[in-house]
Design a protein around this ligand. Structure first.
Ligand SMILES: Cc1ncc(COP(=O)(O)O)c(C=O)c1O
Length: 381
């Protein structure tokens, strides 16, 4: 009997973020780590959490890392620990994920929205100044600003920090998308007055559920975060010094993160290679992301700008290339946040119409990268 020729194997589907490929690489290690947690049964703030906090501190060169339940809580705890609340204004970029604004409102303060810079999508120092003035005009006390390291690149802290100091603002670094990145050879974690991050699964360093952390150089502040994340607990379990929350990290999530931390540097390098290949192949056909001199991104997103964005996204979808829009609306245009003060945000409004994020992860092979670029060039032509 004649053998039928083997059909050509279909190319694997392109994924926007490929957690399955990472899982295949780490399966043995993660499964063993999970088994260890199941064995000791210390499920919340267990030994893996302490080990993770120590390793993260070593990673980012900051003495204290306090984990919590998610990145939004990290932002909220940072503000609460500073007693930021009613009557206080916190400046938030209008072009970011909603969490920063949400954390401000949950703390009882008022978000004041500012614009981002056209070149790198991070908080615009001039707009920060305008938002501080606007807050005062509205009778609020400018108390803090949240600088977001959007898409993996640190915000321009050398420009933002002097403004924060001059106005006595507490500078919160939202590093939910940038843990592992650096600026002027200083890792993310050491910029601003406190750094908050997220371990949501699709983040560059993500767990298998929710998780977050705060980073600080101040041991007393770290102690306050530890108390706040645990019902405001004092020395003793049933001793409550302040109103806290329940925002602790599970040992299972810490175990997953410890396993992933072992390959994190390698993954960051692979993401960098993907970003460089995208840039080299796309050239000037679209507006490429811009990384400032001295900054190293972890490429949480590879976000380009195109004029006819929705048509391009639709064409790519039809050709099997998934994309995402981060973010299609300014925070100030969200119904829940429309009533809060906002300065002029022309850049945010333009970006919301033009940005398009391409698939980005450490497991995109060259063939897939070539396919994505070829389809994109076709779609914009
Ligand atoms: C910039 C930014 N800040 C904060 C968060 C909130 O993190 P989490 O989802 O862990 O609460 C996210 C997560 O999506 C984010 O992208």
């Amino acid at each position: 009997m004649l053998e039928r020729p083997l059909a050509a194997r279909p190319a694997p589907a392109i994924r926007f973020v490929d957690l399955q490929a990472q899982r295949a690489r780490l399966a043995g290690r993660i499964d063993a780590a999970i088994q260890r947690v199941l064995g000791h049964g210390n499920f919340v703030l267990g030994p893996e959490v302490a080990e993770l906090e120590q390793k993260l501190a070593g990673w980012c060169g900051v003495p204290h890392v306090v984990t919590c339940a998610n990145g939004t809580d990290a932002l909220n705890l940072a503000l609460r620990a500073r007693d930021i609340g009613q009557g206080d204004a916190v400046i938030v970029p209008a072009f970011t994920f909603v969490a920063a604004a949400e954390a401000v409102v949950l703390a009882g303060a008022t978000p004041v929205f500012a614009d981002v810079r056209e070149s790198d999508f991070t908080l615009d120092p001039a707009s920060l100044e305008a938002a501080i003035a606007e807050a005062r005009r509205q009778g609020l006390r400018p108390a803090a600003a949240v600088a977001v390291d959007l898409f993996g690149q640190p915000a321009d802290y050398p420009a933002l920090e002097p403004i924060a100091r001059r106005h006595n603002l507490y500078l919160v670094a939202d590093a939910a998308q940038s843990f592992g990145a650096s600026l002027n050879d200083r890792p993310v974690g050491g910029w601003g007055d406190v750094t908050c991050t997220s371990f949501f699964p699709s983040k560059p360093l993500g767990c298998y559920g929710d998780g977050g952390a705060l980073m600080t150089t101040d041991s007393a502040v770290a102690g306050l975060y530890r108390s706040l994340r645990m019902h405001g607990q004092g020395e003793d379990r049933y001793d409550h010094h302040r109103i806290g929350v329940n925002s602790r990290l599970d040992s299972l999530q810490a175990a997953v993160l410890l396993a992933k931390l072992e390959i994190f540097q390698d993954e960051i390098e692979k993401r960098q290679i993907v970003a460089e290949r995208y840039g080299a192949m796309l050239g000037e056909r679209v507006t490429l992301p811009h990384i400032r001199p001295g900054a190293r991104s972890v490429w949480a997103q590879y976000t380009i700008r195109v004029r006819n964005r929705d048509t391009v996204a639709q064409r790519l979808r039809e050709r099997g290339v998934p994309t995402a829009i981060h973010y299609p609306r300014s925070l100030s245009a969200q119904p829940a946040y429309a009533a809060f003060p906002c300065v002029g945000i022309p850049v945010t409004e333009r970006l919301a119409r033009e940005v398009l994020s391409l698939p980005m992860h450490a497991y995109l092979d060259m063939e897939q990268q070539d396919e994505i670029v070829a389809r994109l060039i076709e779609a914009v032509s």
